[in-house]
Design a protein around this ligand. Structure first.
Ligand code: CA
Length: 224
């Protein structure tokens, strides 16, 4: 577990760093917002402890910029009072915040709880499509290994519908209704076309599919 501490007060940063290391975490440190942001972008981190008042760039801005490209868990460190109001009142994108002064025990508990929340959320919603393809229903992403596959909205919804009902045969009419909606004017051929595109992206051999199976005269079935 790799944790980045962005905190300008040396004594606080060193104390935190020491406490986390003794718990077995790998710790990296930055003493200003710009360095912190750069490190967060460059490194594969499991969590960031981000102080609010920082030189170069404040914690709120770091958090906002980071959230455009990353969903790494962030715990904000803040002083009591107006700083705290700022965090609670604004949409920062942080996962949690802790008010100074705090004990290392309290911080460790927060870290564990944030990590539990963020990692269990991922695995709960992660569906294995095949040995190397994973689908995250929550973030609407599909990965082949570590590479993200580009699926259109319709392709994603179609795959999600099949995966949610894995093992069951879904008729073309039902898929059309579920994915395209009642109001869609078109025919079930649309479903076949999208299934073909989807197979090209997720099947090892698209002409010989093993995941999205055609059930002759009925529709499609997702096979695990
Ligand atoms: Ca500070």
């Amino acid at each position: 577990m790799k944790i980045l501490i962005v905190e300008d007060e040396d004594t606080v940063r060193e104390l935190l760093s020491e406490g986390l290391r003794s718990e077995g975490y790998e710790v990296l440190e930055a003493d200003n917002g710009l360095d912190g942001l750069q490190m967060a972008k460059d490194l594969q981190l499991d969590l960031i402890l981000l102080d609010l008042m920082l030189p170069e760039m404040d914690g709120m801005s770091v958090c906002r910029i980071l959230r455009r490209t990353s969903d790494v868990p962030i715990i904000m460190l803040t002083a009591r009072g107006t700083e705290m109001d700022k965090i609670v009142g604004l949409e920062t994108g942080a996962d949690d915040y802790i008010v100074k002064p705090f004990g290392i025990g309290e911080l460790l508990a927060r870290i564990r709880s944030v990590l539990r929340r963020t990692t269990s959320m991922d695995t709960d919603n992660l569906v294995l499509i095949s040995s190397d393809i994973k689908m995250d229903i929550n973030s609407r992403r599909v990965y082949k290994g570590n590479q993200e596959l580009r699926l259109t909205n319709k392709e994603f919804n179609l795959l999600a519908e099949l995966v949610r009902n894995k093992g069951a045969v879904l008729s073309r009419d039902l898929l059309l209704e579920k994915v395209w909606g009642y109001s869609y004017v078109g025919n079930t051929h649309t479903v076949d076309v999208h299934i073909r595109w989807l197979r090209k992206k997720i099947e090892l051999d698209p002409s010989n599919p093993t995941r999205i199976i055609t059930v002759r005269g009925v529709g499609y079935r997702f096979e695990e």
